[in-house]
Design a protein around this ligand. Structure first.
Ligand code: FES
Ligand code: FES
Length: 172
């Protein structure tokens, strides 16, 4: 029987075998290209997605392990904050806006995973200190070296989200 998987607020009947890694289901079956293949070994973070609001590595997660979870990819992040209607109108999640405002990305390959990790952090700790941000982001690699701007962008998103009293969501 096909696995049913909740991704970005929609339930999908998955045709891939249950042991298939979530990353391949997202990219190849659901056409969600935000999560990237970097190492395939849970060591770089490029494939990160949210599972019930917390970051997981989709390259080492069999799809059968998350069939009861609510998965959010970078494509679904705006709706977790603004709701579906505003997200469809193009409103970005505060993390995405801060990433633009701080001109974080260079090649961009790692950045989807970085924002997912940041969303996971702000879900559990809405006002992290710089030390907490560094510690939390430690498992994500950026070969372009954008780390300082990432820290600034997370601080900015944290300020914006705290001032509106909203959470980064992503548990929906
Ligand atoms: S591709 Fe998953 S952690 Fe590197
Ligand atoms: S922006 Fe190029 S790897 Fe991070």
């Amino acid at each position: 029987m096909a696995i049913r998987l909740s991704v970005n607020g929609k339930t999908h009947a998955i045709t891939a075998p249950p042991d298939t890694m979530l990353l391949y289901v997202l990219r190849d079956e659901l056409d969600l290209r935000g999560p990237k293949f970097g190492c395939g070994l849970s060591q770089c973070g490029a494939c990160a997605v949210l599972s019930n609001g917390q970051q997981i590595r989709s390259c080492v997660t069999p799809v059968k392990n998350v069939k009861s979870a609510k998965i959010v990819t970078i494509e679904g992040l705006p709706a977790t904050y603004h709701g579906k209607r505003k997200a469809a109108q193009g409103h970005l999640h505060p993390l995405q806006q801060a990433w633009i405002d701080h001109q974080v990305a260079q090649c961009g390959y790692c950045q989807d995973g970085m924002m997912i990790q940041a969303a996971s952090l702000l879900n559990s700790n809405p006002r992290p200190t710089e030390a907490q941000i560094k510690s939390n982001m430690n498992g994500h690699l950026c070969r372009c070296g954008t780390y300082f701007r990432i820290i600034d962008a997370i601080k900015e998103a944290s300020r914006v989200m705290s001032s509106t009293g909203a959470k980064s969501g992503a548990k929906r």
